[in-house]
Design a protein around this ligand. Structure first.
Ligand code: CAO
Length: 550
């Protein structure tokens, strides 16, 4: 096997950048395009991917090193054919320099000041994923107000003015575009040159960067804040925010980790993804508590067990009883494990089991697939189930809701997640707007998403926003199981393998193909009668699919 030197690809106009994070070590197996290191200039940070799959034999850079295009990052013993060189896509996505410091052209102004979304390049309809300020806050010029996210990038939107925040015009979940009004400030303040102008000076590519490598269409997943402009302040926080890149902040947000409580191990205190993972593990194992947990914990918990008052996890030296092999869990397993544990503990969940007669539906599916043989799209039972569930969710909307404090949020969209078994662990891709799609389209999207999941290429956007999830073990076997609700959803349907069974039709036993259904629901929102009705309705639809039209 050949030794390959992996180099820093074309990183645009950046001359020398500093290595701020090492994401792999000698002995690690890396995939082509897996991020190896994070580098940072004073305007942006970006992850440098591997051009080759293989085993890391030698690291040629250390934290704090300065590197530039062509610098050797590490040496890999290549596992097979090298990936296409990274340079081309990187060049396309490479940030261009942000315009001259915003404050330089600052005139003065007073009275109400409007802050608009600046030029964010080619991005349209970006979603507000974080609001960093609140009315009454004193805002500095260029202070980040919100974080927005498209399917390719996350970026912080800075304030073009300084002053006291009087009114925020957006909230989390809103969609915004260039020029939209974000906030109204008040005060006699120095005003920056419009940020829009500053940003406009940088081509769209300066923000066309992916926040999560797995989702990155470009080879380099450059995270960050070229738009936000302020250079990173090593060792401190950026404008009061913990010192971490947007991708790390987003990762922490997804896990519900309070970033301000995470200690950064990166260069000069920078918080890395590994720090967030370690924090999550420490909290989940009871070795640490978040401030919020500590505030809520009963005084009598004594600190030895968890706040649930459980006895400690048994510590056993397994090697005493026989040979063992210890393997660290992969990242996805760790993250999904933490989520599953929270959902299993925090949701008062109940499971109703039922059977649906799918004899006619399966015959229809088989004949449809025969007719469509040439189209290449295989219609799956799961696609019919998704359609049937949408009908049931519309009839029983509490199953398509979420809890928000004391309120129930009913969603008027039907995005269905489906559990996919992958070599890396369980993933839940989401098919959007299933009410508007036919079974063929759902089957096709499901096939594509399942493949992406198995290849580890699902983007966070493709795994978010589900209103209800289906977990099908139908292709594998079993009769019933108790799926765990995927919070903040309030219900999940588990499906097992259909079998031919004798069913009494009033006069005789007839052979019918029966599909076992297991519906788990959150008892805070749903009650047993509703769950029984939901399953019964689902059964009716599956036994006569024409009902889906009613
Ligand atoms: N009863 C009987 N047979 C079924 C069935 C059911 N309920 N569902 C699927 N099958 C059959 C299919 O018809 C197919 O048979 P053919 O190849 O002869 O046509 C075979 O099983 C394989 O189906 P599949 O698994 O490829 O397709 P799917 O649409 O059923 O599932 C996917 C797709 C992605 C959900 C599946 O591959 C998967 O990952 N399942 C596991 C999900 C999981 O792990 N859930 C547990 C979560 S809790 O840990």
């Amino acid at each position: 096997m050949a030794l390959v030197e992996v180099q820093v690809p074309d990183i645009g106009d950046f001359d020398e950048v500093t290595v701020i994070e090492l994401m792999v070590k000698v002995g690690d197996t890396v995939k082509a395009e897996q991020s190896l290191i994070t580098v940072e200039s004073d305007k942006a940070s970006m992850e440098i991917p591997s051009s080759t799959a293989g085993i890391v034999k030698e690291m040629r850079v250390a934290l704090g090193d300065k590197v530039k295009q062509g610098s050797i990052v590490l040496v890999v013993e290549a596992a097979g054919a090298a990936a296409a060189p990274a340079a081309a896509p990187v060049a396309a996505a490479a940030p261009a320099p942000v315009a001259a410091p915003v404050a330089a052209a600052a005139p003065a102004a007073s009275g109400p000041l409007q802050v608009h979304v600046p030029n964010i390049g080619d991005f349209k309809d970006v979603v507000v994923i974080e609001v960093m300020v609140k009315p009454g806050d004193t805002i500095k010029v260029e202070q980040s107000l919100i974080t927005v996210e498209s399917d390719k990038a996350s970026m912080e939107i800075p304030s073009s003015h300084a002053g006291v925040l009087k009114e925020l015009k957006v909230k989390v979940g809103d969609t915004v575009n260039i020029g939209d009004l974000l906030a109204i400030l008040e005060g006699t303040v120095a005003v920056a040159a419009p940020v829009a102008a500053a940003v406009a000076a940088a081509p769209a590519a300066s923000v066309a960067v992916a926040s999560v490598p797995a989702a990155a269409p470009a080879t380099v997943a450059a995270v960050v804040a070229a738009v936000t402009a302020p250079a990173h302040t090593p060792g401190g926080t950026t404008l009061g925010l913990p010192h971490a890149s947007p991708s790390v902040r987003k990762f922490a947000r997804e896990l519900g980790v309070p970033l301000a409580e995470v200690k950064g191990s990166g260069l000069k205190g920078r918080i890395t993804e590994a720090d967030v993972q370690a924090f999550t593990q420490a909290v989940m194992s009871g070795a640490a508590q978040t401030k919020a947990q500590a505030a809520k914990a009963p005084a009598a918990s004594g600190g030895g067990g968890s706040e649930l008052g459980l006895i400690p996890w048994p510590k056993v030296d397994f090697a005493k009883f026989g040979p063992i092999e210890r393997k660290e869990m992969g990242r996805i397993k760790k993250i999904s494990g933490a989520n599953l544990l929270r959902n299993a503990i925090m949701i008062p969940a109940v499971t109703n089991h039922d059977d649906a007669d799918i004899t006619d539906l399966e015959a229809f599916r088989v004949s449809t697939n025969k007719e469509n043989e040439k189209s290449g799209v295989k219609v799956t039972m799961l696609a019919f189930l998704i359609k049937a569930c949408v009908a049931a969710l519309k009839k029983y909307p509490e199953f398509n809701s979420s809890l928000d404090g004391d309120a129930i949020v009913y969603k008027n969209y039907w995005h269905i997640g489906f559990a996919a078994d992958t070599p890396n662990g369980l993933m839940v891709p989401v098919i959007r707007d299933c009410d508007k799609k036919g079974v063929l389209q759902i089957s096709q999207e499901m096939g594509e998403l399942a493949k992406k999941a198995r290849d580890g290429k699902l983007s966070p956007a493709e795994m978010s926003g589900a209103t209800f999830t289906i977990s099908s073990l139908g292709g594998i076997g079993g009769k019933y199981f108790t799926p765990i609700i995927n919070a903040p959803e309030v219900a999940i349907l588990g499906v097992c393998k259909s079998t031919m069974e004798p069913v009494w039709d009033g006069k005789q036993f007839v052979p019918r193909l029966m599909l076992p259904l297991s519906l788990t629901w959150d008892h805070r929102v749903i009650d047993g009668a509703a769950a029984a009705r939901f399953n019964a309705f689902l059964g009716q639809i599956l036994s006569d699919f024409r009902r889906v039209l009613l």
